[in-house]
Design a protein around this ligand. Structure first.
Ligand code: CMC
Length: 431
């Protein structure tokens, strides 16, 4: 951490405390309150972490006001436009873009780890056929620690490296297998002559009776979806991974915790919730009714796929994703798909409505990714698993950064207690 030269003075009761101010390489200054409790016997209160930096990090930078997202300094639109997912994985993990030789070696390494232990196939069969693929993924990824014992020692850098590669390589295989199982089709094994995105599409859509020929436009759109979801700083699931990892839990357990957190509709579950909302709207003529509901304070309904905690002007991922959505829709056509027609009209209606403009609510990345995935033929239940497999590299990079930080401490928030103070137990007959 950069040495701080400035301090802020906090005065309350009869106490005066000097708090160091850290200047980050970008973004607002940060007040260091680590000694606050020791010096002032007070806690800070910030549920939802709206003003709290939980960690120091050099991986991803977001400026929500300006709509900036940088990975290791590189803007997301340049990465999504000119790079590809595995190169971005390398960048997130190791901090720099790879040379041609490094990229070839990294891609070879990931490709050579795409298969999962054959006994893991039995795990899938243990689930009900109608299990949500996220439920299966949470279980199967957590169970990886029961299969890959040689990469669970977090104190060994080589084992950490192997665990990282294994997860990046195997998550698509696991996500596709969860899907195949849920629709009663045989699980398709990976093919290492295909690129990362094409291999995933084939594992999802091919059947033994008929192979799936991957359209390069769809493979490119898939790769962009992976790239645009690769990391997003200290969001809920990443913070979950860090908190789980701070106790020394093995990496597979930590990523399973991240997957569980991502599932919620306010986070990664939003893309599924968004498509379900479009299905519920059903036809273009019902859009005004749903817009009115989203604006009604007494109705808990929200337009899913709209708004963001950090981006208050636009979501830079959504800008790129919209381009991809337009490309895919042009290729596949929307004329006969009422859901996609509703999506297009809803986007236009919300953007033209002053309520959404005033509250700075605009379509986020999940709005457009849902549309693309729907057009590609994915069921809504696969939307969040696809987000999870894309975000795995971000979780791992953040977990590795934390483990390698000599200042690592177990995460242990405090609380503002409002319960009963001490009282005496009474026997049941006396109550
Ligand atoms: N539809 C209608 N009104 C909304 C919406 C929405 N989608 N989002 C926020 N608002 C209103 C909200 O009612 C509140 O109004 P008021 O100030 O009058 O009380 C105001 O906007 C601020 O909302 P908030 O809940 O305080 O904002 P937040 O920063 O805590 O929430 C959010 C951010 C993403 C949870 C929220 O916008 C939301 O629920 N959106 C829908 C779910 C969604 O699309 N999530 C995906 C986020 S992107 C992927 C990811 O990073 O996981």
């Amino acid at each position: 951490m950069v040495e701080s030269t400035r301090t802020a003075t906090l005065t309350f009761d009869d106490k005066t405390i000097e708090l160091p101010i850290h200047s980050p390489s970008a973004g607002p200054d940060v007040l260091d309150i680590r000694k606050l409790y020791a010096q002032g016997s007070v806690f800070t209160y910030d549920p939802g972490f709206t003003s709290t930096a939980s960690t120091e990090s050099s991986i991803t930078y977001i400026d929500g006001g300006e709509g900036i997202l940088l990975h290791r300094g590189y803007p997301i639109d340049q990465l999504a436009g000119q790079s590809h997912y595995l190169e971005v994985c390398y960048l997130l993990l190791y901090g720099e873009l790879p040379s041609a030789a490094q990229l070839e070696e990294f891609e070879g390494l990931v490709t050579n780890h795409t298969m999962i232990h054959e006994q893991m196939m039995n795990l899938f069969k243990g689930f009900r056929r109608d299990a949500h693929p996220m439920a299966i993924m949470t279980g199967v990824v957590g169970a990886m620690s029961a299969f890959y014992h040689d990469s669970t020692d977090i104190t060994d850098p080589h084992q950490r490296e192997v665990a990282s590669i294994r997860m990046i390589a195997k998550l698509p295989t696991i996500a596709a297998a969860a899907y195949k199982y849920s629709i009663g089709q045989p699980i398709v094994y990976p093919r290492n002559d295909l690129d990362y995105a094409s291999n995933f599409l084939r594992m999802c859509f091919s059947v033994p009776a008929e192979d799936y020929v991957v359209d390069p436009i769809l493979a490119r759109a898939m790769d962009r979806i992976f790239t645009l979801h690769a990391d997003h700083e200290q969001n809920a699931s990443t913070s979950t991974v860090r908190l789980a990892g701070s106790s020394g839990a093995n990496p597979f357990a930590c990523i399973a915790a991240g997957i569980a957190c991502l599932w919620g509709p306010a986070h990664g579950g939003a893309n599924q919730a968004c498509l379900e909302m479009l299905q519920e709207i059903g036809s273009v003529d019902r859009i005004p009714e749903f817009i009115a509901r989203a604006k009604d304070k007494n109705d808990p309904f929200r337009l899913m796929g709209f708004g963001h905690r950090v981006y208050k002007n636009f979501d830079p991922r959504a800008t790129v994703m919209k381009e991809s959505a337009d490309e895919v829709l042009e290729l596949l056509g929307v004329e006969n798909n009422p859901i996609l027609q509703v999506a297009k009209e809803l986007e236009a209606a919300a953007l033209a409505d002053p309520y959404f403009a005033e509250k700075k609510l605009f379509p986020n990345v999940d709005f457009y990714s849902g549309i693309i995935l729907e057009a590609m033929g994915f069921p809504t239940s696969m939307f969040t698993p696809i987000f999870a497999l894309s975000r795995t590299v971000g979780w791992i990079s953040q977990w590795k950064e934390m483990i390698e930080d000599p200042a690592l401490k177990i995460g242990r928030p405090r609380q503002l207690y409002t319960g009963e103070t001490q009282r005496d137990y009474t026997n049941v007959e006396d109550r």
